[in-house]
Design a protein around this ligand. Structure first.
Ligand code: PNS
Length: 164
């Protein structure tokens, strides 16, 4: 049987415990999960693509079938190149649904062999986003229960440098 590969795409600026929850649960279902960091986003990221990849690599080090990669351009073309069967997205709330439905529909129109799978974020992380985490860190508030240790340290480092 063919290996089943799922792609978890995102900006991951930075990766949160909410992302890691989705990645870990997906890794129990797919043979291989590729966490793919978008490099050419219109948003100006806090962390460079290489920094974001390194942080995800550190946070997923114990997950044996998880790889980390970066991509630019269209997600569906990248997924096709990786011979993935599915794109995996986390849904936190109804507010995520409309945009995600639009993305999934466009991706399906571009290639209907690649499915989009949605997973509900665990309730503990339903309010969590990378933007919220950055906002807290910018004002030196605790992010301990929201991100892995490596990200907490990287955020502290980033914002202590910015203060100088
Ligand atoms: O973490 P994000 O910022 O919500 O992730 C969004 C992402 C990377 C999944 C989305 O922006 C994306 O797929 N970008 C690649 C460009 C693309 O394929 N767009 C959809 C068709 S126009």
């Amino acid at each position: 049987m063919n290996k089943k590969t799922g792609i978890v795409p995102g900006s991951f600026d930075p990766v949160t415990l909410g992302h890691l929850d989705i990645i870990q649960r997906a890794s129990g279902i797919f043979d291989e999960v590729i966490v793919s960091v978008l490099t050419n986003s219109s948003k100006k990221p806090l962390f460079s693509a290489d920094e974001r990849v390194a942080l995800i690599e550190e946070a997923t080090a114990g997950m044996n079938n998880v790889k980390v990669d970066q991509f630019d351009g269209l997600l569906i073309e990248y997924a096709r190149k990786k011979e993935a069967q599915a794109i995996i997205k986390g849904l936190r709330a109804v507010s995520d649904f409309e945009y995600e439905l639009q993305m999934a529909s466009i991706n399906r129109k571009l290639d209907d062999h690649i499915e989009t799978f949605f997973m509900m974020t665990s309730p503990a992380y339903s309010y969590l986003s990378s933007s919220i985490v950055k906002e807290l860190a910018r004002f030196h508030a605790e992010t301990k229960d929201l991100v892995p240790d490596c990200v907490e340290q990287a955020l502290q480092h980033k914002f202590s440098q910015n203060d100088k």
